[in-house]
Design a protein around this ligand. Structure first.
Ligand SMILES: NC(=O)N[C@@H](CC(=O)O)C(=O)O
Ligand SMILES: [Zn+2]
Ligand SMILES: [Zn+2]
Length: 430
């Protein structure tokens, strides 16, 4: 099958491309990019006014299947991903049961192949049951396709345990992705310790509870040589630690979420909106400003959503009792365009690095670029589309977004995975 995408602005910093051109796709691969391309027969689309980039990847997503299908499942979560412009996600192992062996990896892959609307890369747990005590079956999971390891939802508490995890993962050239949280220090903390915890009268979750593990894991990266990726980094000092590690030449990368970039602890007004209860918590305006600097200067490698769906009845309770987490797949790209690209804080090229090229490199999955021979995973963006975030439009089963009512500009309109449309004109293809 042939597909000809005409007259789009094609942007890909991996190949130094930013121009108006046509893209010819055949049998799932890009065969040619250039001016005035033609084909004998196939599907032709005029994309004048649109931007085409290598398919977006969200490297931190909770699809909740198996076990928590009430919150989300692989069908609904990958539809939300396609709706948000993503061609691939990496899903976290904190399911029920935890994905800590080959069977779990195979299950998620099989469901994704059967009902998924995007590629699903599976992250396996570091420890059995996320217990932090016994190594998971990491080697077996690698043999069955796990791309990375994390105990996301919890920090690995013991430094010796984390060292063994990293020693082991290094043998397979897999990255260890770290949710940094010292449980003894953080305790029952609910919101950032400081103004928010004082004003709301809620237990604080101090920045140091995150920074201690960032510092520890960087030290263990130095010790083991294992690639380390800091998940959902939220503090200015944490970012400084990553900046220093990179300057030293250590294989350390990090991601930030749209909610930690564009919301602060002040957003939790007097309504105790539980949609804003996330782990790690929303931090200060100074932290958010530092993260944006990191996005600009390259210290931040990826923007990932930590899409963490929860049902309304779970979030509709006292702040202390509500679960941590916010969805993000369907607002991430638009938030980045509206808050970073449109005001000129970052270029489109930088956005492509953060949301497409770098996540693939960190996860060690096949490169996708706007060049002949590359698999045709493509995201088409209307940079002018204006819309208001409305929970009724979400394809996720959950509505726990901190951005409901936000007025955004720029949105994915079409998505192709291996040359096949998963979204066309804003509608996810069934
Ligand atoms: N981020 C969250 O607030 N929640 C995540 C767990 C996690 O990413 O640590 C979840 O699984 O709900
Ligand atoms: Zn986490
Ligand atoms: Zn997470």
């Amino acid at each position: 099958m042939a597909l000809l995408l005409k007259n789009a602005q094609v942007i890909d910093p991996q190949v130094g491309l930013n121009e108006t051109a046509d893209i010819l796709v055949r049998d799932g691969k890009i065969v040619e990019i250039g001016a005035n391309l033609t084909m004998e027969k196939g599907i032709e689309r005029d994309l004048s006014g649109k931007i085409v980039v290598p398919g977006l990847v969200d490297m931190h997503v909770h699809l909740r299947e198996p076990g928590y299908e009430l919150k989300e499942d692989i069908a609904s979560g990958t539809r939300a991903a396609a709706h948000g412009g993503f061609t691939a996600v990496c899903c976290m192992p904190n399911t029920k049961p935890v994905v800590d062996n080959a069977l779990g990896v195979e299950y998620v892959q099989a469901r994704a192949a059967a009902v998924g609307k995007c590629r699903v890369h599976v992250a396996g747990a570091c420890s059995q049951g996320l217990g932090g005590e016994t190594l998971s079956e990491m080697g077996d999971m690698v043999a069955h396709g796990a791309v990375a390891f994390t105990d996301d939802g919890r920090g690995v508490q013991g430094a010796g345990m984390m060292r063994r995890v990293m020693d082991y993962a290094a043998q397979f050239d897999r990255v260890v992705m770290s949710h940094c949280q010292d449980e003894d220090l953080v305790g029952e903390g609910q919101v950032n310790e400081g103004v928010a915890s004082t004003r709301l009268g809620i237990l604080g979750w101090p920045a140091e509870g995150e920074e201690i593990q960032i510092a520890r894991d960087i030290a263990l990266c130095r010790l083991t040589g294992c690639p380390l990726h800091i998940q959902h980094l939220t503090t200015a000092r944490g970012l400084e630690l990553v900046r220093a590690a990179k300057a030293e030449g250590l294989p350390v990368t990090c991601e930030v979420t749209p909610h930690h970039l564009f919301l602060t602890e002040d957003a939790i007004g007097d309504e105790y909106n539980t949609f804003l209860k996330v782990n790690p918590p929303l931090r200060t305006a100074e932290d958010a400003a530092a993260l944006i600097e990191g996005v600009k200067d390259g210290t931040v490698d990826a923007i990932a959503t930590d899409h963490a769906p929860h049902s309304d009845f779970e979030k509709d309770r006292e702040f202390e009792l509500a679960p941590f987490g916010m969805i993000g797949l369907e607002t991430s790209l638009s938030l980045v365009i509206t808050n970073l690209v449109a005001p000129g804080i970052i270029s489109w090229e930088r956005a492509v690095e953060l949301m497409s090229a770098n996540p693939r490199a960190i996860l060690r999955v096949e490169r996708v670029a706007l060049e002949p021979g590359s698999v045709a995973d493509l995201t088409v963006i209307d940079p002018e589309a204006a819309w208001t975030v409305d929970a009724a439009d979400f394809l996720s089963k959950a509505a726990n977004s901190g951005f409901i009512g936000a007025e955004l500009t720029g949105r994915a309109t079409d998505v192709y995975v291996g040359g096949y449309a998963t979204m066309e004109n804003g509608v996810v293809v069934e």
